[in-house]
Design a protein around this ligand. Structure first.
Ligand SMILES: Nc1ncnc2c1ncn2[C@@H]1O[C@H](COP(=O)(O)OP(=O)(O)OP(=O)(O)O)[C@@H](O)[C@H]1O
Ligand SMILES: [Mg+2]
Length: 251
């Protein structure tokens, strides 16, 4: 197995009976799941479903109340080797509005200990990918909301993560830009990056290789968009989601 080349046939993430409670409130009920690498894996669910909680558990920012989560064939979340391999784009803004696009990327690259020359070359590449080369010297406060989302995505790509954790990266983004972001994600995936993405948009879930329906901290569906649609004998993924929600209410 080789986690760096992505040639391992095991998993990128493994959850074994993971539970997360906050002061007695269960945000994530007992969850077991294996996520293979090199795919776009979507988490779809309404507000409060536990999507961000799951991503934060994977980053190691919070720890499971019970159960075990391992990454890249056995690494602990939050360990230095796991952190070096992930890029996390949080739901809220986590970069510096008074720094330029390039300065934000320099900051993140240096934080990951990248060597200066390699970092500069990499920043040029990432700016091309997110199509902000012409705006590299603009401070974020002067960019549009969609450009800021792209800059934020750029900062997560600088250190060439193996796994991207993207929490609603297209929230507030116009439909044309949303398609562009998805083209970028698909390209990154084709190049070997694994992507775990949360969304409220069924159309985005439809673009994923595999989707998990999450509701009130429980998985209520898991499969490819086609499998889920077939399983619920629905016309499309949206109807499948509604049917999964109903079925779960009956149980
Ligand atoms: N640090 C915390 N302390 C207490 N409760 C929390 C904490 N973090 C999350 N929760 C609760 O856990 C539940 C799941 O929250 P989470 O942020 O994971 O949902 P989400 O699926 O990301 O929702 P959204 O679509 O609104 O972003 C919510 O009820 C939330 O209030
Ligand atoms: Mg969230």
């Amino acid at each position: 197995m080789n986690a760096d080349t992505g040639s391992f046939s095991e998993y990128i993430l493994k959850l074994e009976n993971v539970v997360k409670t906050f002061d007695g409130f269960t945000a994530l009920h007992q969850t077991s799941m294996i996520i293979p690498g090199r795919m776009v894996f979507g988490l779809l669910g309404p507000n409060g479903a536990g999507k961000t909680t799951l991503l934060r558990l994977i980053t190691g920012l919070i720890s499971p109340t019970a159960g075990k989560l391992t990454m890249f064939g056995g690494m602990e979340p939050g360990s230095s080797e796991a952190r070096a391999r992930i890029g996390y784009m949080p739901q809220s803004l986590a970069i510096y509005p008074n720094l330029s696009v390039e300065e934000n990327m320099l900051f993140f690259g240096r934080m990951y200990g990248m060597e200066e020359e390699a970092l500069k070359t990499r920043i040029d590449e990432v700016l091309e990918t997110i199509e902000l080369t012409g705006r590299r010297h603009d401070i974020l406060a002067n960019l549009s909301g969609g450009m800021v989302r792209r800059a934020l995505l750029g900062t997560t790509l600088v250190h060439r993560p193996k796994l991207l954790l993207l929490d609603e990266p297209t929230a507030g983004v116009d439909p044309v830009l949303r398609i562009k972001i998805w083209e970028t994600l698909r390209k990154l995936c084709d190049e070997g990056t694994s992507i775990l993405i949360t969304t409220h948009h069924i159309s985005e879930a439809d673009r994923c290789d595999r989707v998990v329906f999450l509701r009130s901290g429980s998985i209520i569906g898991d499969g490819t968009p086609e499998e889920l649609t077939r399983k619920y004998q629905a016309d499309d993924l949206e109807k499948a989601f509604v049917l999964a929600t109903r079925e779960e209410a009956v149980v």
